[in-house]
Design a protein around this ligand. Structure first.
Ligand code: URP
Ligand code: ZN
Ligand code: ZN
Length: 478
């Protein structure tokens, strides 16, 4: 089956131009002006923008966490993603303590394979680096897994020690994998949390107060130092603040193989949101916590300046009424995580592009092209080009929408952006040539989403060297 998307404004990370896109089966067959119809079904995209489908490299669907399970499964989460213009999501197959990586992959494939509606992949989440797991890391490329993830926080749950992180990073480097790190000093945070509880400081806002930005910065610096000693590729997940950012900026100026994402919510909220009355602040409890207005602005600038490479979501939703309330008596029992998979592109477009923080090409780079490049999907996804998968979102940049929980598709009962007005909405969304969202209609199908065998060519050096006088670390210390 062929589809011809005619007369749209095609946007990639590098170009914007008027033209047609011919889809043949699952693949983009041609791009040009006045392409012949050739029996294809025609979609008139005049006045619309034709963007590559978004790639969200950080999501947690059906994750057992905090005494409960994140409330979107692979069907509801992928459906929500599709309505937001995202066509690929990479999740985490988490190793159980005492378990193996291949067991983790089996467990997660059982959750995903007959529910997935968009294409998906897995990072291998390592919690217990046994000799067997060291061997398994070398087998990950065969399973299509191009990245491992370790946590420097969540003591007693996912946290690993420095020796584990160092050894895993070295092994990953040797087999061409990218190491992702949740960088917070979990030992120090654990003490701060206990002290807060003992002092009777139990409300949601203490979640932010017991996880200071300095401890995220310190852990980021530690992970960066290990990566530099090993000459290993490193990806810092969900970076939130200046202390962490300067470590990444410095590393990138040194030309290290260091990359980082922020998640869209960190561009919008602050720790004050956790102090909302009547336990409502629990809706904003995620880790790392929200920071300050100044940090938010620095993150926006870092996205523009290529100090941050990707905007993901860390989508990990929990119902307010039945799950967040597990922590009504004390903040450390509130399940950590927020929903954002559907909102990511819409709010980033409104407050990034419409408000002139960066242009539409940079928007595509941050949300689709860079994710594909860093996570082993280059040449297949992340752009609109002949031979690429026909993952396409046709955006109506004139259509306005008010974001609400009622109008969104995640399996959750609140929305952090409730009432926010955006101009620019994905209208039609294709995954590998199949139309799965058409306006308000979902045409996707459980099981259509395909597991992606990603290629393992971990990213190389950054080329950002700037004069020492411009050093952000020097500025911070001044
Ligand atoms: O609050 C969060 N981020 N929940 C998911 C787990 C993680 O740290 O990514
Ligand atoms: Zn994390
Ligand atoms: Zn996460």
């Amino acid at each position: 089956m062929k589809t011809l998307i005619q007369n749209g404004t095609i946007v990639t990370a590098g170009e914007t131009f008027e033209g047609d896109v011919l889809i043949d089966g699952e693949i983009i067959a041609a791009i040009g002006r006045d392409l012949p119809r050739d029996g294809a079904e025609v979609i008139d995209a005049r006045g619309k923008h034709v963007l590559p489908g978004g790639i969200d490299v950080h999501v947690h669907l059906a994750l057992p966490f905090g005494g409960t399970v994140s409330s979107d499964d692979f069907y509801t989460g992928h459906r929500a993603a599709a309505f937001g213009g995202t066509t690929t999501a990479i999740d985490f197959a988490m190793q159980a303590v005492g378990g193996t990586l291949s067991q983790a992959l089996d467990t997660w494939h059982a959750k995903s394979d007959d529910k997935a509606c968009i294409d998906f992949g897995y990072h291998a989440g390592i919690t217990d680096l046994t000799d067997h797991v060291m061997e398994e890391i070398a087998e990950l490329p065969r399973h299509g897994v191009a990245s491992i993830k370790l946590f420097m926080a969540y003591k007693g749950v996912f946290q690993v020690d420095d020796a584990t992180l160092f050894r895993a990073m070295e092994r990953a480097r040797d087999v061409g994998l990218l190491t992702m790190v949740h960088a917070e000093n979990g030992d120090a945070i654990d003490i701060l949390v206990r002290q807060a509880i003992e002092a009777g400081n139990l409300e949601p806002r203490y979640h932010a107060l017991t996880r200071p930005a300095e401890l995220e910065g310190e852990a980021t610096g530690r992970a960066v130092a290990m990566a530099e000693v090993l000459d290993a590729p490193l990806y810092i997940v969900h970076l939130t603040n200046e202390h962490s950012l300067v470590r990444v900026q410095e590393a990138r100026m040194r030309g290290s193989r260091v990359h980082a994402e922020t998640c869209v919510q960190y561009l919008f909220f602050t720790k004050d949101d956790l102090a909302r009355p009547d336990f409502e602040g629990a809706k904003w409890v995620c880790t790392p916590p929200f920071r300050t207005q100044k940090d938010r602005e620095l993150l926006w600038n870092a996205l523009r300046d290529d100090d941050l490479s990707i905007v993901s979501t860390d989508h990990c939703p929990f119902f307010f009424e039945t799950q967040k309330t597990l922590g009504r008596e004390r903040f450390d029992k509130i399940p950590n995580g927020i929903p954002a998979i559907e909102e990511r592109l819409k709010v980033l477009h409104e407050f990034g592009v419409n408000r002139n923080r960066f242009d539409l090409n940079r928007f595509v780079a941050l949300t689709s092209t860079n994710p594909a490049k860093l996570f082993g999907l280059e040449g297949r996804k992340g752009s609109i080009a002949p031979g690429y998968d026909a993952d396409i979102a046709i955006w109506d940049m004139n259509r306005e929408q008010t974001i609400s929980a009622a109008g969104s598709h995640s399996n959750v009962d609140y929305n952090l952006w409730e009432g926010t007005r955006v101009r620019g909405v994905p209208q039609q969304v294709f995954v590998r040539g199949r139309l799965i969202v058409d306006g308000d209609r979902f045409l996707g199908e459980a099981g259509y989403g395909r597991y992606l065998h990603r290629s393992c060519r971990a990213p190389g050096r950054t080329a950002k060297a700037r004069p020492a006088a411009e050093s952000p670390l020097a500025a911070l210390q001044a």
